[in-house]
Write a protein that binds this ligand. Structure first.
Ligand code: FES
Length: 186
């Protein structure tokens, strides 16, 4: 954990839009008022989605203050679950499962193919800021091993051709987004 000045804690309402705060409040109502820790995961998910897909010390401290839990409780959750990112990541985070079933069915080849196609190593982000590759623990899709997830979407029974198709689909989507933005500007 990096040094953090707790005197400078900002309130979550200063850091997030109202709809994000409403969503966290909604999750808080799902638990008895005296139980402050269960909504931590949901709150961190909301915060991450509203902050370029990663969490900072400042944000984690603000979540702790908002939920009235110790900062360390929030930090433990953020560092335990691989869906949370503590550093800037690409727009598309490619999470490759390397647990037992996926490993036995070729997770390493999946990783090697991705690294070669994107010209980055595990944990790195492409220069254009689009892709990050990381490994994760079992994602409960062992029947479709080897598998990966890109921004909440699962892709199973991977082959090199399927991986190429996933990357082509993303590239096409990016191109189409760029065209749409250009048209709006014109
Ligand atoms: S081992 Fe990969 S999804 Fe379970």
């Amino acid at each position: 954990m990096t040094d953090f000045n707790y005197d400078q804690t900002l309130h979550l309402k200063q850091l997030l839009p109202k709809d994000a705060i409403d969503e966290i409040d909604h999750w808080m109502t799902k638990y008895p008022p005296e139980r402050h820790r269960p909504p931590i995961i949901a709150a961190l998910k909301v915060v991450q989605e509203h902050h370029k897909n990663y969490l900072t010390e400042e944000l984690m401290q603000a979540v702790a203050e908002y939920l009235d839990v110790p900062h360390v409780a929030v930090y433990e959750v953020a560092t335990f679950y691989t869906m949370f990112h503590l550093n800037p990541v690409g727009k598309y985070v490619i999470s490759v499962c390397n647990n037992i079933s996926c490993s036995l069915r070729g997770a390493n080849q999946v990783i090697e193919h991705l690294q070669s196609r994107l010209n980055i190593k595990l944990g790195e982000t492409t220069d254009d800021g689009l892709y990050t590759i990381k490994t994760v623990e079992c994602m409960a899709a062992c029947g479709g091993a080897p598998m990966l997830e890109v921004n909440k979407q699962y892709h199973e029974n991977l082959t090199e051709e399927k991986i190429d198709q996933i990357l082509s689909d993303i590239a096409a989507m990016e191109l189409s987004n760029t065209h749409s933005e250009t048209e709006v500007e014109e």
